[in-house]
Design a protein around this ligand. Structure first.
Ligand SMILES: [Zn+2]
Length: 230
């Protein structure tokens, strides 16, 4: 059997970035197992170098992906290798990487409690739990944008430079991170917070932290961030 040069190049590129592909498969499985996605919902991406990323394919069940499912694309969205089409939310991922050089991974899902807040277009308050302020910060609610369209990155424009997690109106959640683990942790934290708020609201009136305490906690987060990047 002979393999053409083009065929060989394709096979090699499909097999490259094995460790990163395994991470996407692993975190896709975690999203599904945590109940943050159903069916073929959600998408994940990971930068493999400054201008290249691996992204989950369109129409894939995130809990059951194989290592050759993620699609290698450049920062302009051109497919470099892969047997499948990239995620329909690729424009959103590309937009984040172009705007945020510090971000190396994006995680988009529809976790039920946080997505319920997005469905009633109620922002998750940023002055209730100290650990949310320190680990994620404010979680802005974006304008509604039809999924998979250019309107989705546009809806992020006012917030993308300043925040790590975003509630997409009538849609779900996007989190960004320095690693896939970091982006996934933020997704888990946002959903946990939304669940706590839902439970607390059923018990009684939620108490808000004083403004001075919120500012102090924000400083703690900023210092931690500086420590992580220095
Ligand atoms: Zn979605």
């Amino acid at each position: 059997m002979t393999i053409s040069a083009a065929g060989l190049k394709f096979s090699l590129s499909i097999m490259s970035y094995t460790a990163e592909r395994k991470l996407l498969v692993e975190f896709g499985r975690r999203l599904y197992e945590k109940g943050f996605v159903a069916g073929t919902d959600g998408n994940l991406s990971l930068l493999v170098d400054r201008d290249t990323l691996l992204i989950t394919p369109s129409g894939a069940a995130k809990g059951r992906m194989c290592t050759d499912d993620p699609v290698l694309v450049n920062i302009e969205g051109k497919v470099l290798s892969g047997k499948r089409k990239p995620s329909s939310e690729m424009l959103l991922h590309l937009f984040v990487y172009k705007k945020r050089p510090d971000v190396k991974a994006c995680c988009h899902a529809h976790p039920p409690y946080a997505t319920a807040f997005s469905a009633v277009r109620k922002e998750l308050p940023d002055n209730i739990l100290p650990e949310i302020i320190i680990s994620v910060g404010r979680i802005p609610l974006t304008e509604y944008a039809p999924p998979g369209t250019e309107a989705v990155p546009k809806s992020l424009e006012p917030f993308v430079n300043d925040y790590e997690a975003f509630l997409l109106a009538n849609h779900g959640v996007l989190t960004v991170g320095r690693t896939l683990d970091d982006a996934f942790n933020k997704m888990e934290t946002v959903e946990h917070f939304a669940r706590i708020l839902y439970i607390a609201a059923g018990i009684g009136a939620v108490s808000f932290l004083e403004d001075s305490e919120v500012r102090r906690l924000e400083k703690v987060r900023d210092n931690l961030k500086k420590g992580n990047t220095s």
